[in-house]
Design a binder for this molecule. Structure first.
Ligand SMILES: Cc1cc2nc3c(=O)[nH]c(=O)nc-3n(C[C@H](O)[C@H](O)[C@H](O)COP(=O)(O)O)c2cc1C
Length: 187
């Protein structure tokens, strides 16, 4: 089996759900965002916008809006994580990057997915941890959505696509189990 630094990095990435409050350095932030904008995108549209948030009050507000949005759903459609009152959508990470894009282009969520994985791998390479977050989407389905889009400096007409929490992790976990039957060799 071939192995090298990049393959080891991909294999060692995990989702981390607990962080120290130590802020990221400007150098770390610059490196994460550089990795983000270096991602490929369909016809090089670069359809994304990245909002780096360190304001914990704003993250608490979004966490509250996610809870509010989730509670309006049928109980079976709510994330089981919400049962824990201490649960925080961003896991108290010192920095969260929000990716937004204009709705309506089929490739934009794919492009943003590639960019967010670049951020996750860049974080891993610097000894930081991360977790990709779809759940904040719920906040953008509430009546607070417009105010949150403004607070996050989304460009006009852009909406939430995905977010990623980054920080120094304090948890540890095994690699996820790999599902069976996910690969076909078609010769
Ligand atoms: C598109 C996407 C959305 C996700 N949303 C969340 C989320 O809202 N909250 C969370 O705790 N983890 C979220 N995750 C992390 C996944 O749960 C995690 O990647 C998966 O369980 C595999 O574990 P691993 O990342 O440690 O390999 C998300 C991952 C992806 C790719």
């Amino acid at each position: 089996m071939i192995t090298n630094e990049t393959l080891r990095l991909i294999a060692s990435r995990r989702s981390h759900r607990a962080y120290t409050s130590t802020p990221l350095t400007q150098e770390q932030i610059d490196a994460l965002l550089k990795a983000a904008v270096e991602a490929p995108s369909a016809v090089n549209r670069q359809p994304w916008h990245f909002s780096l948030v360190r304001n914990q009050k704003l993250l608490d507000e979004i966490n509250g809006a996610v809870r509010e949005g989730m509670m309006k759903k049928a109980p079976e459609k709510r994330s089981p994580r919400l049962a824990d009152e201490k649960f925080h959508v961003f896991y108290h990470a010192p920095a969260v990057i929000f990716l937004s894009a204009q709705p309506g282009n089929a490739y934009s969520p794919i492009d943003c997915g590639i960019a967010v994985q670049n951020i996750a791998l860049a974080a891993e390479s610097m000894g930081l941890g991360s977790v990709i977050l779809g759940m904040p989407r719920e906040a953008f389905q509430t009546d607070k959505a417009d105010a949150l889009r403004r607070a996050l400096d989304f460009p006009e007409g852009y909406d939430f696509v995905i977010a990623i929490s980054v920080g120094i992790p304090v948890d540890d976990k095994e690699a996820h189990a790999v599902g069976e039957g996910k690969i076909s060799f078609v010769d």
